[in-house]
Design a protein around this ligand. Structure first.
Ligand code: 2M8
Length: 449
C-alpha cells in the first residue's frame, strides 16, 4: 500500500498548489488557511520543500503588525462568491504593504513553528542546496513566529493566567466541536443574518456534515462583533460574547515554544532557546491547573467569562499529551481516556480516535467536529504518545490512520463507525500527514524516553 498511498498523496498536493500557496481543497476551501498551511508544509517538505517554504512565507507575509497570523489569506484571483465569509465580509483594512481585504482578522492554532522545524529536519535529506534554503527560511520565519506567540500570549491572555483565549470557534480549528456549546449558548442566534449573508458551504457540501444554521448564525454574529470593534483585543472578557481557553489550541501553543527552542538552537540563539523552553513549561502548568477537571480526569475548554469548564469530552482534551512536562498522573489519565469507550484507540475499533465522545447522546457520525475522525488530531495524538513513550500505541495509531486513508481516500474527515470519507475530497492535510506517517518514524524532540 505504501507506494500507492504515497503517490496518491503527492498528487493531491500537486493539484492543490495555487501558484504561491496551497489550498486545503479546491472546491470547498479556495483560499489559504493558516493551520492547514502548517500541516500541509509538513508533508510537502518531502516532495517539494521549496513549495513548503513558499507556502509558509505567503502566510507570514500576511501577518498583521500586532503579530496575529490571519486564519485565512484571501486569494485575489478567487471570486467573493466562491467562499463565505469572504474578503468583503471581513473587511479588514490595509496594513503594512498589504491591500485592504487581504485576510481575515481572527487566528488559528499556531502550528507553524512545529511545521517549520519539521520541514527543516526533513530538508537535510534533500542535499546541500535544500539544507541551505531551509536555514535561510528558518531565519526569516523565526522572528515572525516569535511575534505570533507574543501576540497570543500577550493580547489574547484574556484570562490573565498565561494562556491564549480564542474569540471565535473558528479560531480553534475544531469549528463546531461540542466544547463550544455552553459558551455559544449565550451568543444570540440571529437567523436573519443568514438572509443578509448567504452560506456558501451548503452549495458545495452535504448539509448533514456541516454546522447547523443556528450555529452558523452565531458564528456570523461573533465575527460582526469582533469586526465592528476593529478586531481589537482590549477588554475582551467584558465586551465580546465568546472568550474561551481551548486545551488543544494551548497545547499547540506550548509545543510551538519547544519547536522555537530547536529553531533558536540552530540559529545560534542559545538564550532564546532557554526562554522558549521555560515558556513551554509555564504554558503546560497553566493548562494543567486551569483546564484539568479532577472529577472527569480530563482536560476541558474554559469559558473565561464565566470561569466554567465545558463538560464535553472532546478530542482536544487529549492534546496536552504533546507537552513533555505534563505530570505523569495527567499523562496516564489522557491515555486512559483515549483507550476508554469514549475514544477507543485502534486496539478496540481498528480506527483512529473520533473528534468527540462515542458514548455521548449527541455523538454525530456525520457532522464535522462533532464525531468524525480527523487525521490532524490523530497525528498530534500520536506525537504526544511518542513524547511520553507510548510507542506501541503510537504505532497502532499510525497504522490505523494509514489504513483509513488508503482504504477510503484523502478525505477531510471520516465516519467514525465505517471509516467512509466525508466532507471535501482530495484534502490537503490528510494527504500531507499521510506522507509524514509513511516517511517519519523518528521520535519528536523533547521525548521523555
Ligand atoms: C474548517 O473551517 C472553515 C472556517 O475556517 C470552514 O468551515 O469554512 C475547519 O475544519 C478548519 O479547521 C480548517 O482549517 C478549515 C479549512 O480546512 O475548514
Amino acid at each position: 500500500m505504501s507506494a500507492e498511498l504515497w503517490n496518491s498523496a503527492a498528487r493531491v498536493l500537486e493539484d492543490n498548489w495555487a501558484g504561491d500557496h496551497m489550498v486545503p481543497s479546491r472546491k470547498l476551501y479556495p483560499h489559504q488557511w493558516s493551520w492547514d498551511a502548517a500541516f500541509i508544509a509538513i508533508g510537502l517538505g518531502y516532495v517539494n520543500p521549496s513549495r513548503a517554504w513558499r507556502d509558509l512565507r505567503s502566510l507570514f507575509e500576511a501577518q498583521w503588525p500586532d503579530g496575529r497570523v490571519p486564519h485565512i489569506v484571501f486569494d485575489p484571483a478567487t471570486a467573493e462568491g466562491d467562499y463565505f465569509p469572504g474578503p468583503a465580509f471581513w473587511n479588514v483594512p490595509a496594513y503594512g504593504r498589504r491591500a485592504a481585504r487581504g485576510s481575515t482578522g481572527i487566528v488559528q492554532p499556531p502550528m507553524h513553528a512545529i511545521a517549520a522545524w519539521e520541514v527543516y529536519r526533513h530538508a537535510s535529506g534533500h542535499g546541500a542546496a535544500c539544507a541551505l534554503q531551509a536555514h535561510t527560511e528558518l531565519a526569516w520565519l523565526y522572528p515572525r513566529l516569535v511575534a505570533q506567540q507574543d501576540y497570543l500570549l500577550g493580547r489574547r491572555n484574556a484570562g490573565a493566567a498565561g494562556l491564549a483565549a480564542i474569540v471565535h470557534p473558528w479560531e480553534s480549528g475544531l469549528d463546531n466541536s461540542p466544547s463550544w456549546d455552553p459558551a455559544l449558548a449565550g451568543v444570540p442566534a440571529d437567523l436573519s443574518l443568514l438572509e443578509t449573508y448567504r452560506r456558501r458551504d451548503l452549495a458545495v457540501a452535504d448539509g448533514a456534515q456541516r454546522p447547523t444554521d443556528r450555529d452558523y448564525a452565531r458564528y456570523v454574529g461573533l465575527v460582526l462583533n469582533y469586526r465592528d470593534g476593529n478586531y481589537s483585543d482590549n477588554d475582551l472578557a467584558q465586551r465580546h460574547g465568546f472568550v474561551v481557553e481551548c486545551p488543544s489550541f494551548n497545547s499547540i501553543l506550548g509545543a510551538a515554544e519547544l519547536s522555537l527552542a530547536q529553531i533558536a538552537g540552530v540559529l545560534g540563539l542559545g538564550d532564546e532557546a532557554r526562554r522558549h523552553r521555560d515558556q513551554a513549561q509555564r504554558i503546560t502548568m497553566a493548562i494543567a491547573s486551569r483546564l484539568w477537571d479532577p472529577q472527569t480526569r480530563t482536560f476541558h475548554a474554559r469559558d473565561v467569562r464565566t470561569g466554567r469548564l465545558s463538560p464535553a469530552h472532546c478530542v482536544s482534551g487529549l492534546m496536552p499529551l504533546m507537552l513533555p512536562d505534563l505530570a505523569p498522573d495527567q499523562t496516564e489519565a489522557i491515555m486512559t481516556e483515549a483507550r476508554s469507550a469514549r475514544f477507543g484507540l485502534p486496539e478496540q475499533t481498528l480506527l483512529p480516535v473520533p473528534s468527540y465522545d462515542r458514548t455521548a447522546p449527541d455523538f454525530d457520525t456525520q457532522r464535522y467536529w462533532r464525531g468524525p475522525i480527523w487525521i490532524n488530531m490523530n497525528w498530534l495524538l500520536r506525537r504526544g504518545m511518542l513524547v511520553h513513550g507510548y510507542r506501541d500505541d503510537a504505532e497502532d495509531l499510525r497504522r490505523s490512520m494509514l489504513r483509513l486513508v488508503h482504504g477510503n481516500g484523502h478525505f477531510e474527515y471520516f465516519d467514525p463507525r465505517t471509516g467512509e470519507g466525508l466532507g471535501a475530497p482530495r484534502f490537503g492535510w490528510t494527504a500531507a500527514l499521510s506522507l509524514d506517517l509513511l516517511a517519519d518514524r523518528s521520535m519528536p524532540a523533547y521525548a521523555r524516553v
